[in-house]
Design a protein around this ligand. Structure first.
Ligand code: CA
Length: 242
């Protein structure tokens, strides 16, 4: 199954092999179990402005900018884009609700997987659209001795963000590696789209409520149902790259 996925990737991109050197991890929904809170915050915030965004739909938009998400709902329901002030206000409300919820825990299986990746001599990198100022400190507290500050891509590094391939292309640049020397680990449809568009073998980890096909339809090369499953199967997974 994985062998076929790798062969099909190699054929599509005209590579002889994947010479694995780095694993590029998305953060929300992959390293932290934070998507439930984002989905709840979006749903509740929109409700306060008489607009409807279901929790499940929030997962579909994961990775989009706040303004873009708000406009999609506004156009659908009010046949017009939201004004600058509305966007600011709604996004502020969403952030306040999010911050009032209990802090998201480490995703089960994530640290176990990261330790194995590192033990194999591979470089773990974080590629996130998040712009939290305490991001590195939080990563280091939850995943000691895994990440390096200079090998992270955050909201501060990019202009477009996912689903544009830019963040992943920047990660390759920062790591000094080529597209066939890395894999991407993503939980969201738009994140998968970004990894695939960057020409990198993209592993979807379906940690949310969306059906698997939504991630596979975006071009995910392989899929696990949880980070725990990925961690438990890491050894046999990595063998296929040698
Ligand atoms: Ca994510």
């Amino acid at each position: 199954m994985l062998r076929q996925a790798i062969d099909s990737y190699l054929a599509t991109h005209n590579y002889n092999r994947i010479d694995l050197k780095a694993v590029l991890f998305d953060m929300d929904g992959v390293l932290f179990d934070s998507m439930k809170n984002h989905a709840t915050a979006w749903h509740e915030a929109m409700k306060r402005y008489d607009m409807h965004l279901s929790r499940e739909e929030a997962y579909m938009h994961e990775g989009r900018t706040g303004a873009s998400t708000i406009n999609i709902v506004s156009i659908r329901q009010r046949q017009r884009e939201a004004t600058e002030e509305e966007i600011k206000e709604i996004y502020q409300t969403k952030s306040e609700i999010f911050n009032s919820l209990p802090k998201a825990e480490r995703m089960p299986g994530a640290y176990e997987l990261l330790k194995q990746v590192k033990a194999c001599g591979l470089i773990p990198m974080v590629v996130t659209g998040s712009g939290q100022k305490t991001l590195l400190e939080r990563l280091n507290r939850n995943f000691p001795d895994i990440f390096k500050a200079e090998l992270m891509v955050t909201a501060f590094d990019v202009k477009y963000g996912k689903p544009n391939p830019e963040p992943y292309l920047m990660a390759l640049q920062k790591g000094g590696i080529k597209a066939n020397e890395a894999i991407v680990v993503e939980n969201a449809p738009l994140g998968v789209r970004a990894g695939v568009a960057a020409g990198i073998f993209t592993v979807a980890v379906n940690t949310g409520p969306l059906p698997d096909h939504v991630l596979l339809d975006e071009g995910a090369n392989y899929l696990f149902h949880s980070m725990t499953e990925f961690s438990e199967k890491w050894n046999s997974f990595y063998q296929e790259y040698k």
